[in-house]
Write a protein that binds this ligand. Structure first.
Ligand SMILES: [Zn+2]
Length: 303
């Protein structure tokens, strides 16, 4: 053993460098910090603004009628059967209405609990895969990221879908690691996939938007969702996704009318013929129409 090495003051220096990490390696402290951040970011704005027209209110209305009709199987919106969506989110909102009454905050509350779940699941998965530091860092990113925040400004089930996907992925990795995957991992994997199907249909089993070639299309989706947060409403029919005339057309005055050169951002689709349309494939194809400009109060269009 080298005596010069032994006299080096290695020990204390290491300790002082590691102290913050040691504190965060205690899962209780990490979870407490994440919980506080979640409360600050997601719970403070729970009751404002009012629910938006269109998707936001239709989804809330379907949950309200669930409670009103005592029918938790067949969904109704404004008295019309509403069968195009998976039920789990409506069940959660209807449960919230039963417990707390119908209000803006009780509409959003289940979704915010979904955010808490995805934060904790991300922490769990990150900690399992990369240790305490990795777990905390990934959960911190999840808590403060813009995307999940935007996707909870109106009532859509995408955050719960992300939560089930996180658990699915975690159990899938666990099953790869175990020579003979344990029964609870296998059944757990099946169960979270099933819950995801109950949340958003078959997308719970197949999900492909993460591919690099989807980047341009994702850009359109993100811009679309961002404009929702400043007051823009959808310009397509909920029934068949067709852009509405004239406000959902890139240029309603174009001659000839079809095919439209551009898509309107809040319609998200470009008309090719009177009965055909396609998803806008990048932001280059997209314009903000007059109706949307007015909703988001662009100066030259605002009264
Ligand atoms: Zn939309």
């Amino acid at each position: 053993m080298n005596s010069a090495e032994a006299t080096e003051p290695e020990q204390p220096r290491n300790q002082s460098v590691n102290r913050p990490t040691n504190l965060l390696s205690d899962w209780r402290i990490a979870v407490l910090i994440l919980f506080a951040l979640w409360g600050l970011i997601y719970m403070v704005g729970l009751s404002t603004p009012a629910l938006l027209d269109d998707a936001d209110t239709v989804h809330a209305e379907a949950a309200r009628e669930m409670v009103q009709r005592h029918d938790w199987v067949t969904l109704y919106a404004n008295g019309v059967r509403y069968l195009e969506k998976a039920p789990l989110m409506y069940w959660s909102v209807a449960t919230s209405y039963t417990m707390f009454g119908v209000d803006e905050w009780s509409t959003r509350f289940p979704l915010m609990l979904g955010v808490l779940c995805i934060i904790l699941a991300t922490y769990g998965l990150g900690r399992w895969a990369f240790g305490p530091e990795g777990g905390f860092a990934s959960a911190l990113v999840m808590t403060t990221a813009l995307g999940p925040y935007l996707f909870t400004r109106f009532l859509i089930p995408d955050v719960p879908v992300g939560f089930w996907l996180t658990l699915t992925y975690w159990m899938f990795l666990k099953s790869l690691e175990e020579e003979n995957p344990s029964r609870w991992v296998c059944w757990g994997l099946a169960a979270v996939c099933a819950l995801n199907v109950l949340t958003k249909g078959l997308i719970g089993v197949v999900y492909a938007f993460a591919a690099p070639e989807m980047t341009a299309e994702n850009g359109v989706v993100i811009a679309h969702e961002m404009l929702h947060t400043v007051g823009a409403t959808d310009k397509y029919n909920l029934a068949d996704d067709a852009p509405r005339f004239p406000e959902g057309f890139g240029d309603p005055g174009q001659i000839p009318l079809y095919p439209q050169r551009n898509a309107e951002l809040m319609a998200g689709r470009r008309m090719l013929a009177s009965d055909r349309w396609e998803q806008a494939s990048s932001l280059d194809e997209v314009v903000v129409g007059a109706a949307t400009a007015q909703e988001i109060r662009w100066p030259q269009h605002a009264e």
